[in-house]
Design a binder for this molecule. Structure first.
Ligand code: PNS
Length: 165
């Protein structure tokens, strides 16, 4: 059984993440998408909601499961017997940091990292840009799954009504 983990903050999942998850799911028997629980950083969406949005976004992929983790990724890999981490690479600027983490994770626990170059159509996407654009009223409907778009619109409306009341 070939297993891999695709880790990230997913705050929220974008079409770029979905591209990488789809392609990684085709390479492994089981793919776990693991959301980092970072107590020092609240994020826009609570972790449980990020997981729900991910579940919705990959509902058509039977070999993909959604989980969360806290602490070191290699500890999660060890305890779940996962030998491979899958990461998407958008640009050279991603590579330097990703290479460093990949080398460190291999040194720490002999866990390999597989880099998947994102499709060019989604290479410019990031969760933080999507959040920023959505909060200022820009159209992100083509950049994120439908359920994420709806949640971003709801957040924007909540923010607006909070400002006027
Ligand atoms: O979506 P992100 O925020 O780019 O994902 C980064 C993530 C979660 C993959 C990375 O921060 C991570 O692996 N965090 C867990 C802590 C850890 O293992 N740190 C050591 C890395 S060598």
């Amino acid at each position: 059984m070939r297993r891999a983990v695709c880790p990230g903050s997913f705050d929220p999942v974008t079409n770029g993440h979905v591209d990488v998850i789809n392609r990684a799911a085709g390479l492994y028997d089981e793919l776990v998408v693991a959301v980092l629980v970072n107590p020092g950083k609240a994020g826009l969406f609570p972790v449980e909601e990020r997981m729900d949005l991910l579940r919705d976004a990959v509902a058509d992929l039977p070999n993909v499961t959604i989980d969360s983790f806290q602490g070191l990724l290699v500890d999660y890999c060890r305890s779940h017997e996962i030998p491979v981490i899958v990461k998407g690479l958008r640009a050279v600027s991603d590579f330097e940091y990703e290479l460093q983490m990949a080398q460190m994770n291999r040194e720490l626990a002999n866990v390999e990292t597989l880099f998947v170059p994102t499709a060019p159509q989604v290479g410019h996407l990031s969760s933080s840009l999507v959040k920023q654009i959505a909060m200022f009223g820009g159209d992100v409907s083509r950049l994120v799954p439908k359920a994420v778009h709806e949640r971003l619109l709801a957040h924007r409306d909540e923010n607006r009504s909070g400002q006027t009341s």
